[in-house]
Design a protein around this ligand. Sequence first.
Ligand SMILES: Nc1ncnc2c1ncn2[C@@H]1O[C@H](COP(=O)(O)OP(=O)(O)OP(=O)(O)O)[C@@H](O)[C@H]1O
Ligand SMILES: [Mg+2]
Length: 274
Amino acid sequence: MAAFVDIKNVSLRYGPAAGGVLALDDVSLSFERGKFIAVVGPSGCGKSTLLKAIAGLWPTTSGSLRVGDEEVRGPLKIVGMAFQNATLLPWRNTLENVLLPLQVVETHRDHFRRNRRQHEERALALLESVGLADFAEKSVWELSGGMQQRAQLCRALIHEPSLLLLDEPFGALDAFTREELWVVLQRLWLEKKPTVVLVTHDLREALFLADGVHVMSARPGTFVAERRFAAPRPRPLEVIYDHGFVDVVHELRARIDEARSARGAPPRATVGAR
Ligand SMILES: Nc1ncnc2c1ncn2[C@@H]1O[C@H](COP(=O)(O)OP(=O)(O)OP(=O)(O)O)[C@@H](O)[C@H]1O
Ligand SMILES: [Mg+2]
């Protein structure tokens, strides 16, 4: 099958050629439609930058980046995003937050206005599927952190994107809530099978959810390894305690440590298998 996302020899430099920051260096990665891909690597290596480039939010400096059959030249409309440290808008209730992309993205706006009821029903169904049926009319500050992350997932999915980009979507949560949300995300993915790129520091999260986990070197980021855990889906949460699973997590951790020390990074503080 042809690649849905096809990244070839992409480099991305912020700022001027002299004195700017080279964030990505000769990155290549391609995967088919419907795959779930995870990207891990040391802090500051360029993971969020890669997502910004795929989404068309930041231009690449060289190389080729194609999504579908098109070279990415500007913001993509088929993308759903839940970005690092993203927040819900406090002056909108939960349902209105989920509906936001339909109201602000020009291509959806007209359709939304004409079919508001239908879209609201879809948003409510999504909220129900993540256990937030009773919170649609609640203010954002009445939701716990885990509930807000669930609502953000719904917001990223409301326009049924064929490409879902998730940047540390569960970063700030306790371990139990995070594991619960892995199961939720796995179910949402299995229902519609969007192509997913998940950036995370949590190696178990990456391996549990993804078809393949790609390890980036320290900045300037480039892919240096890939690991997989082959298990049928839906995967029960208990697989994270399997010997095979734990072994691959250790391998991933070792690859990241190598990547860090290869470029003289500071001692491990934030990276590792949580
Ligand atoms: N808008 C920007 N302008 C200039 N430099 C930037 C910009 N955004 C990111 N950078 C730099 O690019 C490099 C990669 O940043 P990026 O945010 O992609 O890292 P990351 O892998 O997502 O890190 P983390 O795991 O901490 O989120 C860093 O050195 C960062 O300082
Ligand atoms: Mg980041």
